[in-house]
Structures are given as C-alpha cells and as structure tokens.
Design a protein around this ligand. Structure first.
Ligand code: DX5
Ligand code: ZN
Length: 216
C-alpha cells in the first residue's frame, strides 16, 4: 500500500517544512490537488507553486488536476516537476490524446473518475495508464464523507484491470480514514490518498505507521 498525503490539508504557509516532515516520516508520495474554480468550485495552486515545491522535495509528485481541458497545461505541469499527471475523464474531450501527451513528457499518465462515472469509460485506455484514480467524494474540498458505492467501483475496476492483463494502479481519493483503509486495500486499492485524516493527526511518522498497520 502506498499512502499519498494530500497537501490540500497541509499548512500552505509552511509548505517547505510540511514536505520535509513527510520525507522524514518515511512517505514516498505526496498528492497535489490542482483546482481551477471551474471544473470544481474551489481554487488552489498551479505550476509555479509546484515548481517551487519541487526545489524543496524529492517526493514523488502525484498531481491531481481538477481543471477543465487539462491538455492545455500538460507541458507546464511536467516542466514544473510533476512525476505523475492525473486528469479527469470528465474534463477531456479527447482523453486518449491527453494521456498520450502526458506520456510524451515522461510523466506517468493517470485518469481520475468522478463518483458517478463508470470505470467502463477507461476500459480501452488501461494498457497505457499508470494509474486510475477513483474519486470517493465529489471533488473540490477536503474533509468530506466517503461515498460507499465507490468501493464497488474499486472491485469492478480491479476485475477490468486483471482481465486486460494490465498493471495499472488503483488510487482512491476522498474520505479515506484509518477505519476504511483496510477494506479499500482489500477491494483492490494500491494507493490511498488522505488529506484531513492524515494532516490533522501529527506526528506524521506515527500517522503513516498507523495507516500501514490498519491495512495489514
Ligand atoms: C478533493 C481532493 C482530495 C482531498 C481529500 O477534491 O481531490 O485529494 O484533499 O481530502 P480528504 O482526505 O480530507 O477527504
Ligand atoms: Zn485529490
């Protein structure tokens, strides 16, 4: 299980020390939520901030783009230092083209699905996807409640990935806690995103261990 803490719940005024604390706590990934105020009703940060963070951290930058028509900015995010670029299926008219665009930059391509979007949408893209993100809340804000049917989606997607003979990772994002972490990894999740249930419970090293233990 990979834990990818969402910086959305971190202290934005002290991102450098937050990133350093994650590294010290043994994390490998960090989840960066980019919001444009159009695709989702909230605005966060974009490539310049990610570029600044890149200078302070060696963590794997897992960039979740909640923006309309993300194909316009793929190169900018890659240049800023994104290791993985995840775009929403609902935000792209030509999803295959955008995924190919991401791969061309050298970043890992990933697709996010809103809670209501069936995994069937990305069946034929699986061989070219490093990861699929299943949103388990409606995107836009941290601290929301997990939508239960999303666990069934994880199972369906896992079956689809196995049938395709692909090695695509499954990530889940939204309302992940110590209480549901285990059932999610059992259902097939490889990467858990956690915002509020992680950052609100320092020290991070202990919290990281608690998530690992919960999934055993
Ligand atoms: C929501 C974001 C999430 C958010 C998760 O739109 O994509 O990454 O930070 O926060 P929690 O874990 O608090 O639900
Ligand atoms: Zn996210």
């Amino acid at each position: 299980m990979i834990l990818s803490p969402s910086m959305l719940s971190s202290d934005f005024a002290n991102m450098e020390s937050e990133l350093k604390a994650l590294e010290k706590a043994g994390l490998d990934w960090v989840h960066l939520d980019v919001m444009d105020g159009m695709f989702v009703p909230n605005i966060t940060f974009g490539p310049p901030i990610i570029k600044a963070m890149r200078k302070k951290s060696k963590l794997f930058f897992d960039c979740h783009l909640m923006i309309n028509d993300p194909g316009r900015y793929i190169q900018d995010f890659a240049d800023a230092g994104a290791d993985l670029i995840c775009v929403h299926a609902e935000a792209c008219d030509h999803l295959e083209r955008v995924c190919a665009q991401i791969a061309e930059t050298g970043a890992k391509p990933a697709v996010a699905l809103n809670p209501h979007t069936p995994p069937e949408t990305i069946r034929y893209l699986l061989p070219q996807l490093y990861m699929v993100l299943i949103m388990s809340v409606n995107p836009g804000f941290g601290g929301q409640k997990f939508i239960p049917f999303c666990k069934d989606k994880v199972r369906d997607l896992k079956t689809m990935i196995n049938d395709a003979g692909a090695d695509t990772l499954i990530q889940i994002d939204g309302g992940v806690t110590l209480d549901n972490a285990r059932e999610l990894t059992e259902a097939g999740v490889d990467v858990l995103v956690s915002g509020s249930a992680f950052f609100k419970h320092p020290p991070y090293g202990e919290r990281h261990k608690a998530f690992q233990a919960a999934c055993k």
